[in-house]
Design a protein around this ligand. Structure first.
Ligand SMILES: *Cc1c(COP(=O)(O)O)cnc(C)c1O
Length: 199
């Protein structure tokens, strides 16, 4: 991992393939500057609920920056979920990451965005390479934001087929996380079939 300021990265344990607020808190010490998580997470597909995320922010010192990677936020239909952006829009000590690589389908264009206080944006600009997001990518991203119908259709499509796929796989004792983002993490431990059984 490239280290611009020589930071030490510490990992917190998951519980049942899910981010654990208490495990994160255990790892926080007086040197901690940033807590970073993807919600929902990749590749587990699990997520902290709205209340768990609020609780995490409450339990962190005010001068610790919480970074919430909202890469899959648009897919989320779960009532107990709220995106980092929805929850922390006005918080100076939360930074939100979004991408055009997932629901907007522009992954090859390498474009995403961050949302946070001016102070943090200014600090990021100090280390930003001179050439990053190209103009074609910016134009494509702006156009993709206008196509709201396509986005809502894609969200519905994903939810319907992820649910169908999950049900189908459960017939073969292949379990997974509950439907959240646009992927499922499959557990084959109890499945007796081999790949050729599906032909
Ligand atoms: C796909 C993904 C992203 C987006 O990455 P890009 O560099 O914008 O393509 C960010 N976070 C997570 C967890 C992802 O799965």
């Amino acid at each position: 991992m490239q280290k611009i300021v020589g930071a030490k990265v510490v990992f917190a344990k998951e519980k049942n393939l899910k981010v654990s607020v208490s495990e994160i808190i255990k790892k926080v010490n007086n040197k901690t500057k940033i807590v970073f998580l993807a919600n929902p997470n990749n590749p587990t597909g699990t997520y902290l609920t709205k209340f768990e995320l609020i609780n995490l922010r409450k339990r962190l010192r005010k001068n610790i920056l919480l970074v919430v990677d909202d890469a899959y936020a648009e897919y989320m239909q779960n009532r107990d979920y709220k995106s980092g952006l929805d929850l922390f829009k006005n918080k100076h000590n939360v930074f939100i990451l979004r991408t055009f690589s997932k629901i907007y389908g522009l992954s090859s264009l390498r474009i995403g965005w961050g949302y946070g206080s001016k102070k943090i944006i200014d600090a990021l600009n100090v280390i930003k390479p001179p050439f990053n997001v190209n103009e074609v990518a910016q134009k494509a991203a702006i156009e993709s934001l206008k196509d709201k119908k396509f986005i809502s259709r894609s969200v519905k499509h994903n939810f319907i087929y992820a649910s169908k796929l999950k049900d189908f796989l459960s017939n073969y004792d292949i379990s997974s996380n509950k439907v959240s983002a646009n992927f499922l993490l499959l557990d084959f431990n109890k499945c007796k079939l081999q790949a050729k059984g599906f032909l």
